[in-house]
Design a protein. Structure first.
Length: 286
């Protein structure tokens, strides 16, 4: 009989791509995660992790196991939630900024619905400033979004640098007669304002060449070579390269925070907040 604890370590290892991160998120030692994977391989008589690469990569057998492992953990979570002592139920309205949705949210939501199947989750995706406005008027219970350095609202999750991104950085020309072509979210976007303030401070001319409320749309424009896009470094879309050197000014860091509405269901909000706090961090952190 397969051990669910071993399966949980296997799934988390795949999601994080790191034995260190998987152990940290599960609250166990790295050697314990390694032991769980070894025991799982012994039980199945198959190699699940390709150990010939520097990155954690599943073998063909590991890929085949993954969906079954998730299904078994999901079923176990639903049973425990229904028959266990903690039977959270109700509605929770979550607001998440666009870039977080594109990079981090899937695994968090999978865990939440597995652990709390009786909770109805309403998800709103928008710019951080719009999410805070909606929360102020009572439309959102919990917000996961960005804030400027120096602001104090919310529970800080982590801080990381913003970077300039482009398809072909070496082909871009900046300077007199060549304003920096910005690809940006609509105002009042936090990343847009940081970029514009940095360029103004460096006395570099700029112009908005593409505006879109969707990160997928902005990424498509950047991949088409229309200009430069500003994003947190760990959330750089595939196919774009960081513009390095001193051609563009250094950008201010950005902070990711959780903000709970006063009056929201404390148990529901804390259940999701705890899960997000455990899981969200810049990719590549070890």
């Amino acid at each position: 009989m397969l051990n669910l604890v071993h399966l949980a370590s296997f799934v988390r290892l795949h999601e994080t791509g790191s034995f260190t991160l998987a152990a940290e998120q599960l609250g166990i030692g790295q050697s314990t995660v390694t032991h769980h994977i070894q025991r799982l391989e012994q039980s199945l008589g198959r190699q699940l992790i390709d150990r010939t690469t520097h990155r954690v990569k599943l073998t063909t057998e590991g890929e085949a196991l993954l969906s079954y492992a998730r299904g078994m953990l999901d079923l176990n979570g639903r049973v425990m939630s229904i028959f266990g002592e903690s039977r959270l139920r109700g509605r929770l309205r979550l607001g998440v900024s666009e870039d977080v949705v594109a990079n981090r949210l899937t695994g968090i939501l999978e865990d939440f619905i597995r652990l709390y199947p009786l909770v109805d989750l309403e998800l709103t995706v928008a710019l951080s400033v719009e999410l805070y406005r909606m929360q102020d008027v009572g439309d959102l219970d919990l917000v996961l979004a960005k804030r400027h350095i120096g602001e104090a609202h919310g529970r800080l999750l982590y801080r990381e640098p913003l970077v300039w991104l482009a398809r072909d950085p070496d082909l871009l020309q900046f300077g007199p007669g060549y304003p920096v072509p910005l690809i940006a979210f609509p105002a009042p976007s936090i990343t847009r304002k940081v970029a514009q303030d940095a360029l103004d401070g460096a006395k570099l001319p700029w112009r908005i060449v593409c505006t879109c409320g969707s990160l997928a749309g902005l990424t498509a424009a950047a991949r088409a070579g229309m200009g430069v896009l500003v994003q947190p470094r760990s959330m750089a879309p595939e196919g774009l390269k960081e513009v390095t050197g001193d051609r563009l000014p250094v950008l201010e860091d950005v902070e990711f925070v959780l903000v709970q509405r006063r009056g929201a269901d404390a148990a529901l909000a804390e259940a999701l907040s705890s899960l997000i706090s455990q899981r969200i961090r810049p990719h590549g952190t070890v």
